[in-house]
Each structure stands twice: as structure tokens, then as C-alpha cells.
Design a binder for this molecule. Structure first.
Ligand code: XBP
Ligand code: MG
Length: 240
């Protein structure tokens, strides 16, 4: 019995990563770094969930982490870069540069009308969720979601299952009564790690990844109905 949808944000609810990428590059320039991430590099860097973790992974890969200034200073620099990035991303969302993916809003409405609980499980920052969903759903967007777990509540990022495990605990539902909607291999691993049946909708940043264990891998939710999700979910109950 399907009782809740648990939704990833970036790449699933909306195609956000090009706006994130531009925001990262803006932040690097703002602090005087000659770093510039292009799409091929960012596609690889997205294998590290979390903006701060992604910056650190890139800096370490360059081999020029300034050892002399110490780890605290490096951490503070990363936080400063990420704060500038997050502000730039928020402006981009407010300027309408990010669109919800096709089929998402209609499905959320039908699911809510059918009495399903809706939850968010993301590694992005809370302010990014708010700016995206305030624009897409209006000022009372938060009332649509029974649970929101994000980078501020689940510090261990996907593929760690923490964010999904905490979402299930707060929903008070077993994983087999829920369905996760994701876009990435990291997201799938995190959801499966929490025992969640998962439907993948790929995008340009994730279509090349492997999704073993997904219930379905789709190009988008466009035209996907709640009865279809229920039928796929019921199939996994049988095969589980
Ligand atoms: C995708 C991520 C995030 C975003 C950038 O999150 O890994 O890090 O790329 O956002 P999701 P932050 O789990 O929603 O797919 O800079 O706030 O991390
Ligand atoms: Mg995602």
C-alpha cells in the first residue's frame, strides 16, 4: 500500500544543476579564484553530493590545498565560497532561471489529493529548497510536505542513506509503504540503503549513470500517473 512519496530536489523536482554550476563559478570569481567548472567537469563533480563537499573534493583534486593555512582556515574558506554560491543560486531561482520538471507539479497535486504524504529528502541547502518551492508552489509551500530533510538536518550526504532514514522515522512509515523519486546514482543508493522502492527520472547530468535496483528509470515524470506509480510500487511488494 503506497502511503507516501519521498522526493529528491535537485534534478528530480527541477533541473537545477546548471543554475548551481553558474552560482559556483560566480562564487569562485567573487573570491578571486581562477577556478572555472565547465559542464563535463561538473558532471563528474556531481558524483560528490553536497556543495561544500564538492568544493573540497575539487580543491583536493587540484593538489594545491594550502597546507600552511591549516584545516580550519580551509574549512572557513569553503564555507565562505559556498555562502556566496548559495546567495547567487537563490537570485537565479528568484529570477526564474530554474523550472520545475514536467509532470512533477501535477503528480504532487494528485498524490496529495489522494491522501498520500509528501516528503523531501535532499542533500541541498534548506534555503535552496525554499526559494525553488516558494516560487513553484507559493508562500505556503511548506504546508504541502509532511517532512523535509535536507543538508542542515542530515549531514551525511547521499549515497549515505541518512537523509532517507530520518525522513522515514519522521513520517512514521515503513519503507515498503513509500516510494522515493530520484535522479542520480547517489540518490538511488541512498534510497535503496534505506529500503525504499525508487523511481528514477534521469537528466543531462545523470543519464549516463547506472541505476541497478531502481523500480523504473524514466526520462521524466511527464505523463506519469499516480495509478502507474501505485502499480509499479505494488509489483515491488510482490517481488520483495
Ligand atoms: C544535489 C546536490 C546538491 C546540489 C547543490 O542535491 O548534491 O549539493 O548539487 O546544492 P539533491 P548545495 O540530493 O537534491 O539531488 O550547494 O546546497 O549542496
Ligand atoms: Mg538529485
Amino acid at each position: 500500500m503506497l502511503k507516501a512519496l519521498i522526493l529528491d530536489v535537485d534534478g528530480t523536482l527541477a533541473d537545477t544543476e546548471l543554475a548551481h554550476l553558474a552560482a559556483f563559478n560566480h562564487a569562485f570569481a567573487e573570491v578571486g579564484l581562477d577556478w572555472h567548472w565547465d559542464v563535463p567537469l561538473y558532471t563528474r563533480l556531481l558524483e560528490v553530493s553536497g556543495g561544500k563537499e564538492r568544493i573540497r573534493a575539487y580543491w583536493e583534486s587540484r593538489g594545491d590545498l594550502p597546507q600552511a593555512i591549516g584545516t580550519d582556515a580551509i574549512g572557513q574558506t569553503i564555507v565562505r565560497i559556498h555562502d556566496i554560491k548559495t546567495a547567487a543560486y537563490e537570485r537565479a531561482v528568484q529570477d526564474g532561471q530554474v523550472q520545475m520538471r514536467p509532470g512533477v507539479l501535477p503528480l504532487l497535486s494528485v498524490a496529495a489529493d489522494a491522501g498520500l504524504a509528501l516528503a523531501i529528502a535532499t542533500t541541498t541547502s534548506p534555503v535552496n529548497i525554499a526559494s525553488l518551492l516558494r516560487r513553484a508552489l507559493g508562500a505556503d509551500w511548506r504546508s504541502r510536505f509532511a517532512v523535509i530533510e535536507d543538508a542542515s538536518t542530515a549531514p551525511r550526504k547521499k549515497p549515505d542513506p541518512m537523509v532517507y532514514q530520518q525522513t522515514l522515522t519522521r513520517l512514521g512509515l515503513p519503507a515498503h509503504n513509500c516510494l522515493a523519486l530520484e535522479d542520480s546514482a547517489n540518490g538511488l543508493k541512498a534510497a535503496l540503503g534505506a529500503g525504499l522502492p525508487t523511481v528514477i527520472t534521469t537528466n543531462a547530468f545523470t543519464a549516463h549513470q547506472t541505476f541497478d535496483g531502481a523500480l523504473r528509470v524514466l526520462p521524466s515524470l511527464d505523463g506519469i500517473s499516480l495509478p502507474q506509480l501505485r502499480a509499479w510500487h505494488a509489483q515491488c511488494a510482490v517481488t520483495a
